[in-house]
Design a protein around this ligand. Structure first.
Ligand code: GDP
Ligand code: IMO
Ligand code: MG
Length: 423
């Protein structure tokens, strides 16, 4: 029995939902530890597609305890909509627990997210406009509202009036927007509080006891290494910690309680939103990957930017999250693309760089150094073993493994629960 952290090893959308769902079938507990409904996790079970944003992907297994940890930011309306969606599909959410310390996304967070993006003009971050950044900013500024405050009517009203007074000044005087009405928010959120109150419980204690009693515990990642507010391509990042350290803080458990850390990658690279992307393909090959891989955002529907697999990024994920193994998803998307490339380093003038740069100006100067590989045309979406893959696909995976110095434990050849090769 063990505690396993899953993280996105690139810029998000690596197929974390699918892998979480697969592992959750043998886990007693699944935890979301950071981010909010900026995440979009797709799970495909025999053609039925579930799109989850806030609920842990373990929710599809009725016996799995699902935890929304202290590090998550919660839009109560979005969460209730998702709970209702599950119930409508005949699934139970009785096994959901929400930590009282998790912060609440308020209407002014969503408004400020949108307005601050608009004012940035050409230097937009390309956020999901879900209020994530402003909510984490309030948390850091110590003016945020936590779940235990949402469900305590008197405290909630007091804090909302105080926060709305201040935020309305910002909305009106700085951004020239319409103010938010405190009474409307208090009434609306009061209803959400009644629905969510039964789920609120100290999940840090629950989790500690689960790990100590040798239960199988899975920390579901959201976003990816390069969206980490400290380690990612700042400022084109999210406002939380998608790396493995974030799982500890965001779930309230110490690092010695974690046994494994699995990095999820795609067989190529994608990114939604703005910011540098050294291996981006702006040609027809990029378009082909986008169409074949259906690379359009689960949360916002935006086209994802596509490019070659980048081992500089993967090695950065290996060291910043202490990865013990890797999953490479969507190998099937590369069938029929033609010759393939893997980035092994970057070049700045005559210098060769093999570590991911710490600052954007340096990253922007980097041009990728590639190794070329033969492609394959065979449909691999029903292949069940590594030995059954075309030789060119085996060579591609083996080289990734060699360059990243971490075993590729699972290979995704389709979106379904069963379209995976486990080695
Ligand atoms: P997440 O945010 O990391 O959970 O990933 P998303 O769900 O946003 O995006 C991954 C997309 O790829 C989803 O539509 C998945 O159904 C799909 N997917 C996952 N693994 C595979 C795979 O191995 N092959 C194919 N073709 N699709 C996959
Ligand atoms: P999952 O869990 C991909 C990106 C946004 C934007 C930046 C900041 O599905 O992998 P935010 O709304 O968080 O302030 O936006 O982060 N972003 C994601 N990109 N997958 C995600 O989640 C993302 N969550 C945030 O596109 O560039
Ligand atoms: Mg996603």
């Amino acid at each position: 029995m063990s505690a396993t952290v899953l993280i996105g090893a690139q810029w998000g959308d690596e197929g974390k939902g699918k892998v979480t769902d697969i592992l959750a079938q043998n886990s007693q507990v699944v935890v979301r530890s950071q981010g909010g409904n900026n995440a979009g996790h797709t799970i495909d079970i025999n053609g039925v597609v579930y799109k989850l944003h806030l609920l842990p992907s373990g929710i599809l297994n009725p016996k799995t305890l699902c935890i929304i940890g202290n590090g998550v930011v919660i839009d109560p309306k979005a969460l209730i909509d998702e709970i209702n969606q599950m119930v409508d599909m005949g699934l139970s959410v009785d096994n959901l627990k929400i930590d009282p310390r998790a912060h609440v996304i308020m209407p002014y967070h969503i408004k400020l997210d949108e307005m601050s993006e608009n004012i940035r003009g050409t230097s937009k971050i390309g956020t999901t406009k879900r209020g994530i950044g402003p909510c984490y900013a309030d948390k850091a500024q110590r003016s945020g509202i936590r779940m235990h405050e949402l469900i305590c009517a008197k405290t909630f009203e007091q804090k909302v009036r105080q926060n709305i007074e201040l935020n309305n000044k910002l909305i009106q005087l700085v951004y020239g927007g319409e103010p938010i009405d405190a009474n409307t928010v208090i009434k609306e959120y009061g209803e959400y509080a009644k629905i969510l109150a039964p789920y609120v419980e100290d999940t840090t204690a629950l989790l500690y006891n689960s790990i100590k009693s040798k239960k199988e515990v899975l920390f579901e990642g959201a976003q990816g290494t390069l969206l980490d507010i400290d380690l990612g391509t700042y400022p084109f990042v999210t406002s939380s910690h998608p790396t493995s350290g974030g799982a500890c803080v965001g779930a309230g458990i110490g690092p010695t309680l974690i046994d494994n850390c699995i990095g999820i990658a795609k067989a190529y690279t994608t990114r939604v939103g703005k910011g540098p992307f050294p291996t981006e393909l702006l040609d027809e090959t990029g378009e082909l990957i986008r169409q074949k891989g259906n690379e359009f955002g689960t949360t916002t529907g935006r086209p994802r930017r596509c490019g070659w697999f980048d081992t500089v990024i993967l090695k950065y994920s290996v060291r910043t999250s202490g990865l013990t193994k890797m999953v490479v998803n969507k190998l099937d998307t590369l069938s029929g693309i033609g010759n393939l490339k893997i980035c092994t380093g970057y070049k700045i003038n005559d210098d060769i760089i093999t570590e991911f740069p710490a600052d954007l100006p340096t990253l922007e100067l980097c041009s990728p150094i590639y190794e070329e590989f033969d492609g394959w045309d065979d449909d691999i979406s029903n292949v069940k073993s590594f030995a059954g893959l075309p030789e060119a696909a085996k060579r591609y995976i083996n080289r990734i493994e060699q360059l990243c110095s971490v075993p590729v434990w699972m290979i995704g050849v389709g979106p379904d629960r069963n379209q995976n090769i486990i080695r």
